[in-house]
Design a protein around this ligand. Structure first.
Ligand code: ADP
Ligand code: MG
Length: 602
């Protein structure tokens, strides 16, 4: 059996891990980094950038670059670029392909199968879309694991104490997941999960950006999407800066526009109070569902990038009392856990005894006749949320009107009172003998397994007629023929080659700065980009590329600092000194210089 890749497919960042030599190991990408931004950007020739390079292109090529698509998995959201349309799962497939290729290069073997983590609160459609993303990336994905369960796996055995109940608080870029976990010997039991699918770090970025606009008499919703992205990016940097410093200055430069705003943790809390208040909702709910109170909890484990915010930690302490918040490595926990799970799935000797029991994070049921309002059926729950998987539950229903010909079991997922406010997953229709209402009855069994497959069995009690439906694809999901067809189309699109990734990233960075600046600095950046482009594509001399790369990088860094920090007084001559001061030791330097100058004067 080949290696199984564990993937944390995040809203903001994605990571991969494998089980190796008795532990879960993270896999570095072509930059030697573990975090690959979940951003995809397209070139007109169908080259696809993924990760850091694509992230730079969000500002310089906003119409061709996409992020945060995980939030729309399983919905009818579509992304258009170069005359083609992509589903969220197709954009995710590019991220998965990048992780797969990076892993294959790093491990020196082909990868055919993956386990992917998803937020516990992902509904069935979003889970199916995630599996489809795997297929589209050429990966077999049998198993999806809830992110908090993965985090719990990674936390196992952190303390001497073996028997304990803890909370995992996973606060990422777009989602918040809270789960209640019980650990006993080798059994990790997820007791309850709760969360907010639309609350994450990017919401704080947005609040900061909106505040910035308020202070500069701009209306966030009415500025160009490019400026929005520049301001959001700057807001995010300011927010991350507040993890290190008490106060930071957020500076925005976009062409002629320049503005700055002072930020502190106090101000952040003031402008985003409603977000903080939403944090407490799933925490309370998970304790209630799990029939526990804080006294039963031995610790709270913080996972996800947004847990690095001091204001979030402060708020949690305030809400929970003086609890021992365990901050390990918030960025890596989920991926490490998925890597462990990949090991369990490979049935590795060293962890085969470890058992993870998972639960169904949402309720599954059907719509029943509503005597008060015949137009809207009510939700009747068959499998309750937080039931341990795999599980099977039975319910009985009777006909609601005289001489009805059929009974239709509509399958819904969710917690809402009215059935149609929940997610419709499918239906099963059976014929019943004509009879007065209430005379005919059916028995319905719902069986939900660990792979997220729901089987609905309906039996007509009087005739014994049975019907079984395996609910695997919601109406918005792709059919297997569609997937097959798309795999061929997407395969033709090439990911930017990994060995050129660094150069491309440098170029994308330069393009972003070019888009953001004006005047002399813009020209300087443009000239260097031209020069670099010539080196890469016309001259194609690896020696020269290598030689000039660090100089250009240095230049871009200085330009970035200049934009970021009003303290630096920029003068084109200063920034140029990298070039004058470059190593003078050989004649090539002169030759390069002539070549460089020559190109500049064209
Ligand atoms: P996801 O699981 O959604 O991909 P991550 O767990 O990687 O997300 O967290 C990403 C979020 O964490 C982003 O919103 C990012 O701005 C935020 N983040 C990362 N580092 C820090 C930091 N040092 N301080 C504050 N927020 C941070
Ligand atoms: Mg995450």
């Amino acid at each position: 059996m080949g290696k199984i890749l564990g993937i944390d497919l995040g809203t903001t960042n994605s990571l991969a891990a494998v089980w190796q030599e008795g532990e879960s190991c993270l896999i570095p990408n072509s930059f030697g980094e573990y975090l690959t931004p979940s951003v995809v950007s397209f070139e007109a020739d169908d080259t696809v950038y993924v990760g850091k390079t694509a992230k730079e292109r969000l500002v310089s090529h906003p119409a061709q670059s996409f992020s945060v698509f995980k939030r729309f998995m399983g919905t009818d959201q579509r992304y258009e670029v170069n005359g083609k349309q992509y589903r969220p799962e197709e954009l995710s497939a590019f991220v998965l392909r990048r992780l797969k290729e990076d892993a294959e290069r790093y491990l020196g073997e082909l990868i055919e199968e993956a386990v992917i983590s998803v937020p516990a609160y992902f509904n069935d459609k979003a889970r199916k879309a995630t599996k489809d993303a795997g297929k589209l990336a050429g990966l077999k994905v049998e198993r999806i694991i809830n992110e908090p369960s993965a985090a719990a796996l990674a936390c196992r055995g952190l303390d001497e104490e073996n028997d304990e109940t803890f909370l995992v608080f996973d606060f990422g870029g777009g989602t918040l997941d809270v789960s209640l976990v019980d650990c006993f010997d080798n059994i990790i039991e997820i007791i309850a999960v709760s969360g907010d699918n639309h609350l994450g770090g990017s919401d704080f970025d947005k609040e900061i950006a909106v505040q910035f606009c308020r202070e500069h008499e701009l209306e966030f919703e009415h500025i160009s999407s490019q400026r929005q992205r520049i301001i959001l990016e700057s807001a995010s940097r300011a927010k991350c800066g507040l993890s290190e410093e008490k106060e930071v200055v957020m500076k925005v430069t976009d062409g002629e526009f320049e503005g700055q705003m002072e930020m502190s943790n106090k101000k952040l809390i003031e402008i985003s109070m409603p977000l903080f208040e939403r944090i407490s909702v799933p925490v309370k709910r998970v304790l209630h569902d799990g029939k526990k109170n804080m006294l039963d909890i031995s610790k709270v484990i913080l996972v996800g990038g947004s847990c690095k915010m001091p204001s979030v930690q402060q708020y949690l302490r305030h809400m929970l009392g003086e609890y021992s918040l365990t901050v390990m490595n918030p960025d890596h926990m989920v991926a490490l856990g998925v890597g462990t799970y990949a090991g369990i799935k490979e049935r590795r000797e060293d962890i085969k005894d470890l058992l993870l029991t998972d639960i169904c994070p949402f309720s599954l049921g059907t719509g029943i006749f509503n005597a008060g309002n015949a137009k809207r059926t009510l939700m009747s729950t068959i499998i309750e949320r937080n039931s341990v998987l795999p599980c099977s539950h039975r319910a009985h229903f009777q006909t609601a009107s005289d001489y009805q010909k059929y009974v239709v079991i509509d399958v819904y997922q969710g917690e809402e009172y009215y059935a149609d406010n929940n997610i419709h997953l499918g239906e099963v229709k059976v014929g019943v003998p004509l009879a007065p209402k209430g005379k005919e009855t059916v028995t319905v069994d719902y069986t939900y397994d660990i792979n997220g497959i729901l089987i609905v069995d309906v039996e007509v009690d009087s005739t014994g007629e049975k019907k079984r439906q395996v609910i695997t694809t919601g109406t918005d999901n792709m059919s297997s023929e569609e997937i097959k067809k798309r795999v061929e189309q997407l395969e033709k699109m090439k990911l930017s080659p990994a060995d050129q990734e660094e150069n491309q990233m440098l170029f994308a960075w330069g393009e972003r700065l070019y888009a953001q600046t004006t005047g002399a600095l813009k020209n300087e950046i443009g000239e260097r980009l031209n020069f670099f482009q010539q080196l890469l594509h016309v001259e194609q001399n690896p020696y020269k590329v290598k030689k000039w790369k660090s100089g250009i990088e240095e230049f871009l860094r200085k330009a970035e600092n200049y934009l970021d920090d009003s303290g630096i007084d920029w003068n084109p001559a200063d920034i140029d000194s990298w070039y004058e001061e470059g190593d003078q030791d050989d004649e090539r330097q002169e030759e390069d210089r002539r070549w460089y100058d020559g190109h500049l004067t064209h």
